[in-house]
Design a protein around this ligand. Structure first.
Ligand code: DHB
Length: 394
């Protein structure tokens, strides 16, 4: 097979790129080691920037987000046991959509199928060859055991936080920036009614908690835990006790409890690899950069990468050739580092550092007060959380 663009990774970034190129008449082959079922059932974040939700509709992926998603016009910051609403609509005229990444994936996979795009799930033995030439190739064994070779003009590595494509940039030509955190998130799904109208980001002396939602009947919640926590040590009673303690306060707020039917420990990491392009290879999404989950930037950032990358690839495949690809990193990377900062900032604002002192805790409460007590502080959070326009200085 020969196509203009081969894509490694069929998560939201890889599939949205294929969809955008497909709309412009450019054929792709997308491969992923995971099965469609595996991707669909791996819980991820649930917040879309307004522009991201709009793009899903306007590019013809699906309008399901508008029918089944929930528009949120603010979030609640909770600290000292009290609630402080950040009103996105009033502060910056924006909102976000609660719509799980797994649903974004389903919509994209269905759209590829509907539009006749080629996607191979469950492949093995993926090899990416000759990325420093104008004829890179992707080889893989399909789920049915047949060996394939795809010749392409460009290869996109959208293969997630454990990317193998990023290793194709030679060690002496790449820089990896990273930060580890001394904690993780324990994530649950529970059969319970919503506890609050909007998401609650809670700071407490016992650590962070996030009360998110999925539907009227299913809720998603997280709490800060040790990096090496084991889900089997957490019976339901212990989970509820922990979550309740983290949101408790003089206002008497309590979470509505229910059966916990999913438990996972989420890894925490900040990571960027530069360059995002090497020869005929471009990296997009988590393959090039990872953020900690606080603030739900990861998916939004990945979809922004591929918006820029699709434009650049179309120009490169047109008259401009490789030179067009030079525009990818400068356009994508500024947002990447802004998101790195925001995700880091939200994380350090709300989590209890293990071994932290009472000074650290008080200082954090001071910072939280600085955020909620002034319009500028609230607007800063609102602006960062709801996303930036495609070009940083628009
Ligand atoms: C969700 C996850 C996040 O990391 C976040 O900041 C907000 C919501 C979620 O899974 O719903």
């Amino acid at each position: 097979t020969s196509v203009p663009v081969a894509v490694v990774g069929a998560g939201p970034a890889g599939l949205m790129l294929a969809h955008r190129l497909g709309r412009a008449g450019v054929e792709t082959v997308v491969v992923d080691t995971r099965t469609r079922h595996e991707i669909e059932t791996t819980q991820r974040a649930g917040i879309l920037e307004n522009d991201v939700a709009r793009d899903l509709v306007e590019t013809g992926v699906s309008d399901r987000v508008l029918r089944e998603g929930y528009e949120h016009e603010g979030v609640e910051l909770r600290f000292g046991g009290r609630a402080h609403r950040i009103d996105f609509k009033a502060l910056v005229g924006a909102s976000v959509w609660l719509y799980p990444q797994t649903d974004v994936f389903v919509d994209l996979a269905d759209a590829r199928e509907r539009d006749g795009g080629t996607v191979h799930f469950g492949v093995s033995g993926t090899e990416v060859l000759d990325v420093t030439t104008e004829a890179p190739r992707v080889r893989f064994t399909a789920a049915d055991g047949t060996r394939h070779e795809v010749r392409a003009r460009y290869v996109v590595g959208a293969d997630g936080s454990r990317s193998m494509c990023r290793d194709l940039v030679p060690e002496d030509r790449r820089v990896r920036y990273g930060k580890e955190y001394p904690f993780a998130w324990f994530g649950i799904l529970t059969e319970a009614p919503t506890s609050a109208p909007e998401l609650v980001y809670a700071h407490s002396e016992h650590g962070f908690a996030l009360i998110s939602q999925r539907t009227e009947a299913v809720q998603r919640m997280y709490f800060q835990c040790d990096a090496d926590e084991n889900v089997d040590d957490w019976p339901q009673e212990r989970i509820w006790e922990t979550l309740q303690a983290r949101v408790a306060g003089p206002d008497g707020f309590r979470l509505k409890e229910g059966r916990v039917f999913e438990k996972t420990v989420l890894r925490f990491r900040s990571f960027v690899q530069e360059p995002m392009r090497w020869g005929s290879l471009a990296l997009a999404g988590d393959a090039a950069h990872t953020v900690p989950p606080t603030g739900a930037r990861g998916l939004n950032l990945a979809l922004h990468d591929v918006k820029v990358l699709a434009e650049v690839l179309l120009r490169a495949l047109g008259d401009e050739g490789d030179a067009a690809l030079d525009d990818y990193q400068p356009q994508a990377l500024q947002r990447v580092w802004r998101a790195q900062n925001f995700s880091y900032w939200m994380t350090q604002l709300l989590h209890a550092a293990p071994g932290g002192s009472s000074y650290d805790l008080r200082r954090q409460l001071g910072e939280l007060d600085n955020v909620v007590a002034t319009r500028a502080g609230r607007a800063y959070l609102a602006e960062q959380y709801t996303g930036w326009p495609t070009r940083a200085h628009d």
